[in-house]
Write a protein that binds this ligand. Structure first.
Ligand code: PSU
Ligand code: MN
Length: 299
């Protein structure tokens, strides 16, 4: 078992059963330019705390898997020159070399589960890329299928095949719950235009679905929260790019950079805002899950 460096404030919260939210860090190293990434960390952390939870940025830092980086450490990570994009397939090797990396949702979910954290917040989850016969699939989906963790997101990233992603989540038995919406969120767009099997309009209703899923032996869940309408981009604006030749782990970062280059600062502002909004919901949900009788929510 790889040793985890759990930040003292996170450790205290976990020991006393207080709410903690894990935040991914691939968005710091590979998703957003440095200054925007740091603004995102600050806003997500504040939003978690306002919801009553302790934020824990997960990352590989100085050769250790950390659960809870300080802002200074996030800043060092954002400016570090040789960061891995850390997924379960390279987590073990990234710890020895290069020793620094941003964890994707997949790696963050694994680390959260290992530390006993039940709620993870991100921007957009990975999913099924278009083309390649539907075989280019993010490990985010695999990990959601096996870890007892709830991921708050704004749906799959806009460059993905949303329909195939939803089908894969169904296959894996991962509930996708629309937060105050019946449609799958479309990351930078309000919706991906697909109907969801479940929705929740209150934290009680959401917490109740999450607890039931775990009590019934289920693993991961996705909560899909649409971006605020006034910041959203239109689906046609977002889908104007053709397929990139880039394959493998570099594909998602390359697609995000291309969107940022084509649509400018609006993409970054919208991305940071949805990260903040998701962290706020994650904080409140995590607090609700901690305060309710723990009964069946273990394991
Ligand atoms: N959403 C963003 N920015 C990102 C990502 C998601 O707004 O950088 C990252 C997440 O860490 C997600 C990863 O887990 O992209 C998915 O990459 P891949 O398709 O290679 O699994
Ligand atoms: Mn891939």
């Amino acid at each position: 078992m790889v040793e985890l460096a759990i930040a003292p404030g996170v450790q205290r919260a976990l020991e006393s059963g207080n709410p903690v939210v894990a935040l991914e860090s691939a968005v710091i190293t590979h998703g957003l330019p440095g200054p925007a990434a740091l603004e995102a960390v600050r806003r997500q952390s504040d939003a978690c705390e306002q919801g009553g939870a302790v934020p824990a940025v997960v990352a590989v830092f100085e050769g250790t898997l950390h659960i809870g980086l300080s802002l200074d450490q996030c800043s060092a990570l954002a400016t570090h020159q040789d960061n891995a994009k850390v997924s379960p397939w390279n987590l073990a090797s990234a710890i020895s070399s290069p020793g620094f990396g941003g964890t994707t949702v997949a790696a963050t979910v694994g680390a959260a589960a290992a530390a006993g954290i039940r709620v993870v917040s991100t921007g957009g989850i990975g999913g099924v890329h278009p083309g390649a016969n539907g075989l280019d699939v993010s490990a985010d989906l695999t990990e959601l299928g096996r870890r007892r963790v709830c991921v708050i997101c704004a749906g799959p990233k806009s460059t993905l095949d949303a329909g195939a992603t939803l089908e894969r989540l169904e296959t894996l038995g991962v509930p996708v719950i629309g937060w105050r919406s019946s449609l799958l969120a479309g990351f930078l767009a309000v919706s991906a235009g697909l109907r969801l099997p479940a929705r929740a309009d209150t934290i009680d209703a959401l917490g109740s679905i999450v607890r039931h899923h775990w009590a019934l032996g289920g693993a991961g869940l996705v909560v899909s929260q649409p971006i605020a309408g006034e910041l959203a981009l239109s689906r046609s604006e977002l889908s104007a790019d053709g397929e990139l030749a880039v394959r493998g782990p570099e594909r998602t970062p390359a697609e995000l950079r291309r969107l940022q280059a084509r649509l400018g600062d609006r993409v970054i502002q919208a991305n940071v805002a949805l990260l903040e909004r998701n962290a706020a919901l994650a904080g409140v949900l995590s607090a609700a899950l901690s305060s309710a009788p723990a009964g069946n929510a273990r394991g």
